[in-house]
Each structure stands twice: as structure tokens, then as C-alpha cells.
Design a protein. Structure first.
Ligand code: TRP
Length: 335
């Protein structure tokens, strides 16, 4: 009896969800006044945190720069994956059922969810740190399947080199990251190589979701000289709690994305996500115009800069060398 009820409930739920989705991705395809077909875009974002939100807005801008405007000749169905793989799979299943023309996936797990549900609809991913390691493409130059996009790869070594310039005297590095994100796994592997080559010790503290991040930070705070986080979505969504812990304990926290510095991390060397988002939009436009994702190389961002939070430096009593400050983008906590 219980089982039957559950089944019934499940099918009602699916029907309701399917119907609500139909309004968006499956909407009016008769197109605009000129009789042109409206392109249906399923846009899935792993979760909402500042960097991914910036990326989404920039993708929409990039599409508009190429003449594709939401509500005019394209219809974007935006869905938030809630940092949950089963939620994301359900979202993509609905994109498929509603015959989206193209799927745009922001962040690694969202792209993996998309690829696991369709090998036919073109997928453009955005801000995937390591698309090869994540199993999305065969190679950056020749993706191979129905998927291509932009990568925000940065090496742990480059950020550690920056750390050496700002706080030269460290021996132990705390690694704070989510064990469920492939984007973090490959960067942490690089961190360990760097540490081994430079006689440094790495102490890991891995989490599986946002609610664990503060405690994982506390675990590291009295054990290490500095802490490093890769471009990790779970950590990025808990920056307020984390910076409170590390600033309170006097531990420099090096991060991997501009937004994480803006949210209180000490410093990073990284890319501009506005540029990356627009590039993703341009690649989506190419695919809308008929190009095959399999033969569009993955794009990496070439412009990188240093980002520093001077309020965090003050709280830690750290003086940022003036040559670094001169070329850096500076954030304060007021922004
Ligand atoms: N690169 C991350 C991924 O592959 C996504 C991401 C983009 C991100 N910007 C970020 C993560 C900023 C943390 C902070 O999933």
C-alpha cells in the first residue's frame, strides 16, 4: 500500500514538474514575428554563489552581443541545481523531454549531469576547471562528442608562488575542498606535487556539503601555516563562515577565484569570470548557428591577474608587498 502511494505521488510530482517546465524550455517555438524559430536553451547552474551568478549573467550578455536575446529569438529556461546531483539529473531529463535545442551548463557537476542524460543535444559548459579529468571531453583541442565550452583552469603552483611572495615562511598548507567535486580533485593533486617538490606538508580537510565547511576550516586552523582552496563551489558558497574562522585564527587563506577574495579570502591569481561567461555565450551562439561542438576546441582564459583583499590582510596583520599591490585588483570587505 505504502509503495503504491509512493509511486502515485512520484508520478504526480513528475507530471507537475514536467508541466511547469513545459512553460519554459518547451514553450512557444513558433518564434518571433519574422517567423523565425525561437531557439530553446536549457541553462543549468550547479548552485547559486557569486561567481556562478556572474558567469550566468555574462553568458546571457555574450549571447545578446551575438544577436540572441532572451524573450526575442531565444527562450532561456534557467534552473538552479541546488548543488545536488539527483536534482540536476532531473532538470536535464526535463530539458531533454522538452526538446531543448541546446544546453548550457555552469560548473563541472552540472556539465557532468548534462552529459550523463544526453549524447545528442549540444552541451556548452562554462567554467569547468578540468574538462578532461571530469570526463567531459577527449581533449581540449578536439572535444569529440556533443560537448564543448570554457575552462577556468588555474594551477595550485601559481597561487602558491603568490603565497610565497606574500607570506614566505610557511611549512604546512591546509587544503580545504569538497571531495565530491572533480574540479577540485585535479587541482589538489597538483598542490600535493608542488608540496612534495618544495618540501612542504599538506594537511587535507575535505567536505561533502556546505554545512560541513566551517567545521573543516576549524579543524585546519590550529594545524597549518596557510590554507589553500581550489576553485571549489562548496567552499565558495560558505566563504563568510570560513573567513571568520581563518581571520580569527590568524591564518592566511589563499583561494582560487576573484569572488572568493571579494568574499574575504586573502589573495589569488586568477581569471576574469565576466570574460569567461561572455566567451561561453559566444560559443553557444556558434552552435546555434550550426557548428558542431565536437570540433570546437575548449577555450581557456589567457588573461590572469592578482586579486587581494586588503581588509583581510589588515585583519591578519600582513603587509602585501607593494609590487604585488601595484598590479593587483584590490577588494575590501565593504564591496
Ligand atoms: N570551476 C568550477 C567548476 O568547475 C566552477 C566555478 C567557477 C567556481 N567560478 C567559481 C567555483 C568560483 C568556486 C569559486 O565547477
Amino acid at each position: 500500500m505504502k509503495k503504491v502511494m509512493k509511486k502515485l505521488l512520484a508520478s504526480v510530482l513528475i507530471a507537475v514538474l514536467a508541466f511547469s517546465m513545459f512553460a519554459a524550455c518547451g514553450g512557444d517555438t513558433d518564434g518571433d514575428k519574422d517567423g523565425e524559430k525561437t531557439v530553446k536553451i536549457g541553462l543549468i547552474q550547479l548552485m547559486e554563489h557569486p561567481s556562478l551568478n556572474t558567469i550566468r549573467e555574462s553568458i546571457i550578455e555574450g549571447l545578446a552581443e551575438d544577436g540572441y536575446v532572451d524573450g526575442e529569438n531565444i527562450a532561456i529556461d534557467y534552473q538552479n541545481g541546488q548543488n545536488d546531483m539527483s536534482v540536476m539529473k532531473t532538470i536535464v531529463q526535463k530539458f531533454v523531454a522538452n526538446e531543448c535545442d541546446i544546453i548550457i551548463a555552469i560548473a563541472t557537476p552540472a556539465a557532468q549531469a548534462a552529459l550523463s542524460e544526453t549524447s545528442e543535444i549540444p552541451i556548452i559548459f562554462s567554467a569547468v576547471t578540468d574538462p578532461v579529468d571530469a570526463g567531459l571531453v577527449d581533449s581540449l583541442d578536439a572535444p569529440g562528442a556533443n560537448v564543448t565550452g570554457t575552462s577556468d583552469e588555474v594551477s595550485a603552483e601559481m597561487i602558491m608562488n603568490l603565497a610565497k611572495q606574500i607570506t614566505p615562511e610557511f611549512k604546512t598548507i591546509g587544503a580545504l575542498y569538497s571531495s565530491g567535486e572533480d574540479n577540485s580533485a585535479s587541482v589538489i593533486a597538483g598542490l600535493k606535487e608542488y608540496a612534495a617538490a618544495n618540501n612542504l606538508e599538506v594537511i587535507e580537510s575535505a567536505v561533502t556539503n556546505t554545512s560541513e565547511v566551517k567545521q573543516a576550516a576549524q579543524y585546519l586552523a590550529d594545524k597549518v601555516d596557510v590554507v589553500y582552496s581550489p576553485i571549489d563551489n562548496t567552499v565558495a558558497s560558505a566563504m563568510a563562515a570560513v573567513t571568520e574562522v581563518f581571520n580569527g585564527a590568524g591564518v592566511p587563506f589563499y583561494v582560487s577565484a576573484d569572488s572568493m577574495v571579494q568574499d574575504g579570502g586573502l589573495a589569488t591569481y586568477g581569471i576574469d569570470y565576466t570574460v569567461l561567461g561572455k566567451e561561453t555565450g559566444h560559443m553557444a551562439a556558434q552552435v546555434i548557428e550550426g557548428q558542431n561542438p565536437a570540433s570546437i576546441p575548449v577555450k581557456k582564459m589567457s588573461d590572469m591577474s592578482v586579486y587581494v583583499n586588503t581588509d583581510t590582510a589588515k585583519a591578519l596583520n600582513i603587509e602585501i608587498p607593494s609590487d604585488i599591490l601595484e598590479s593587483a585588483t584590490v577588494f575590501t570587505n565593504a564591496e
